[in-house]
Design a protein around this ligand. Structure first.
Ligand code: IMP
Ligand code: MG
Length: 169
C-alpha cells in the first residue's frame, strides 16, 4: 500500500472545499445527503468547514453487479427520511468512479422535486467515467487504481485509516 494523500493534505483540501461550498450556498440552507458508508469520514470533516446552516440525511446505495440488471439503475438499500421538496441538496460521496450509481441516485432525488441537486465527491477518477456526470465539487482528481482509507474500503477493510492509500495490484 502506497500513501496517496496524507491526513494533513486531506484536511487542507477539505477546508478549501468547505469555503467553496459555503460561498456557493451563501444565504441558503443546505440539505447534505451522505452516501454510506464510504463518505462518513469525509462528510463529518466537510460539514464542520461549511458555515451555512446544514441539515443532514444519509443513504446506502448498492450498484447492480449483475450484468442482467438494467444499466443506469441503483439499488437504494436505505433511502432518505427527509422531505427535500424545494430544498438545495448536496450529495456527498467518497469517490466518483464510473458514475453510474451517482447518475441514477441524482435522478432519484430530482424526481422528489428538490430545488437543486449538486454532487460533491472527495475523489474523482475521471478516466473511469462511463456515463455523463461531473462532480460540482471535488477534493482530488486521481488516476485509475484502487484506493482505500479515510472511509474508503476494500472488502470492508481500511475504512478507519486517516490517510488515503493506493492498493498494490
Ligand atoms: P460508480 O461510480 O457507480 O462506479 O461507483 C462508485 C462507488 O464504488 C463509490 O462510491 C465507492 O463506494 C466504490 N469505489 C469505486 N472506486 C473505488 C476505489 O478505488 N476504492 C474504494 N471504493 C471504490
Ligand atoms: Mg460509495
Amino acid at each position: 500500500m502506497k500513501v496517496l494523500f496524507r491526513a494533513d493534505e486531506i484536511a487542507e483540501r477539505v477546508k478549501v472545499l468547505g469555503r467553496e461550498i459555503s460561498s456557493y450556498y451563501r444565504g441558503r440552507d443546505l440539505m447534505v445527503i451522505g452516501v454510506l458508508k464510504g463518505s462518513f469520514m469525509f462528510l463529518s470533516d466537510l460539514v464542520r468547514q461549511i458555515d451555512v446552516p446544514v441539515q443532514l440525511d444519509f443513504v446506502r446505495l448498492s450498484s447492480y453487479m449483475n450484468a442482467s440488471e438494467p444499466q443506469g439503475t441503483v439499488k437504494i438499500i436505505l433511502d432518505i427520511q427527509s422531505d427535500i421538496k424545494d430544498r438545495d441538496v448536496l450529495i456527498v460521496d467518497d469517490i466518483l468512479d464510473t458514475g453510474q450509481s451517482m447518475l441514477a441516485f441524482r435522478r432519484h432525488l430530482e424526481e422528489k422535486a428538490a430545488c437543486s441537486v449538486r454532487v460533491c465527491t472527495l475523489l474523482d477518477k475521471t478516466c473511469r467515467r462511463r456515463v455523463q456526470i461531473q462532480p460540482d465539487f471535488y477534493g482530488f482528481r486521481i488516476e485509475d487504481g484502487f484506493v482505500v482509507g479515510y472511509g474508503l474500503d476494500y472488502a470492508e477493510q481500511y475504512r478507519a485509516l486517516p490517510d488515503i492509500y493506493v492498493l498494490d495490484t
